[in-house]
Design a protein around this ligand. Structure first.
Ligand code: F6P
Length: 319
């Protein structure tokens, strides 16, 4: 292979720039030409790409977001759209594509691979919901952000003896909520993996109050319920003032933490190793601290991320 493309797709995550940098610097070091594609699959479809040199990725390792831009582009599910993207890559002489993103982005990479164009997927999302890896690029930075927010909420909820409900991102994955609940010392948590009723949560909060808890923080994953409505219910039933906070996109921004910078750099350079070894249609992961790769089709269709029951048990013992 001589020329490759790199793009970031779906929701951005801190460390994506470091991953692009890893791909570019390692790729150039091996004599490849590396094209940066703007705005994910949308830019691929619209043929917006530029050849990158080593200075194109200078001063970026410490920046959140992605300098290439990202987009959600559902039209890429259409074969006719992907055909145009493929033609653009062929016209430019690209031999392979590195896709940095979450499971939606992996789906695009899988489809291009099935159409005969070799892709390597790198897991970039704060949700930590990608199969075949212990951690995704951006997860640890987002975790720091959530924990810092919870620490702040603790100050004010303890001063006012209130119950504070904090909604955490993660889509259908509770990893961010669970880890933040432990690190933030939350009194209660609700995640998508554990069946939940608001009556059970209320009973737990009441049991805490009976034990003498003066205030409480509840971490809950997004998309489970309307947290403002939940706060009103808890306030009415407990007689304690309750406030809801939605952390939202604050969680996606900010300088990547050192772990994410290192993970992204390792994954970016490893993608080049795989391509030079002739691999395509793979996705990169870190498992037990080692770089690994899996078949991207298998990862999407068959592999499941194991839910960390041991971590859950730890969290419960800290209530
Ligand atoms: O996948 C990352 C993520 O931040 C999720 O946690 C969240 O559900 C979603 O993206 C939000 O998407 P958008 O930025 O398109 O509103």
């Amino acid at each position: 292979i001589k020329k490759i493309g790199v793009l970031t797709s779906g929701g951005d995550s801190p460390g994506m720039n470091a991953a692009i940098r890893g791909v570019v610097r390692a790729g150039l070091g091996e004599g490849l030409e590396v094209f940066g594609i703007y705005d994910g699959y949308l830019g691929l479809y619209e043929d917006r790409m530029v050849s990158l040199d080593r200075y194109s990725v200078s001063d970026l390792i410490n920046h959140g977001g992605t300098f290439l831009g990202s987009a959600r582009f559902p039209e890429f599910r259409e074969e006719s759209t992907r055909m145009i993207a493929m033609e653009n890559m062929k016209k430019r002489g690209l031999d392979a594509l590195v896709v940095i993103g979450g499971d939606g982005s992996y789906m695009g990479a899988k489809r291009l691979t099935e159409m005969g164009f070799p892709c390597i997927g790198l897991p970039g999302t704060i949700d930590n919901d990608v199969a075949g890896t212990d951690y995704t690029i951006g997860y640890h930075t987002a975790l720091e952000t959530v924990v810092e927010a919870i620490d702040r909420l603790r100050d004010t909820s303890s001063s006012h003896q209130r119950i504070s409900i904090v909604e955490v991102m993660g889509r259908h994955c509770g990893d961010l909520t669970l880890a933040a609940a432990i690190a933030g010392g939350c009194e209660f948590f609700v995640t998508p993996e554990i069946p939940y009723t608001r009556e059970e949560l209320l009973a737990e909060i009441n049991a805490g109050i009976a034990k003498g808890k003066k205030h409480a923080i509840v971490a809950i994953t997004e998309l489970i319920c309307d947290v403002s409505e939940l706060a009103r219910y808890i306030e009415k039933e407990t007689g304690r003032e309750t406030r809801a906070t939605v952390l939202g996109h604050i969680q996606r921004g900010g300088a990547p933490c050192a772990y994410d910078r290192i993970l992204a750099s390792r994954m970016g350079t490893y993608a080049i190793d795989l391509l030079l070894q002739g691999y395509g249609g793979r996705c990169v992961g870190v498992q037990n601290e080692k770089m690994v790769h899996h078949d991207i089709i298998d990862a999407i269709e068959n592999m499941k991320r194991p839910f960390r029951k041991d971590v859950l048990e730890t969290a419960k013992r800290l209530y």
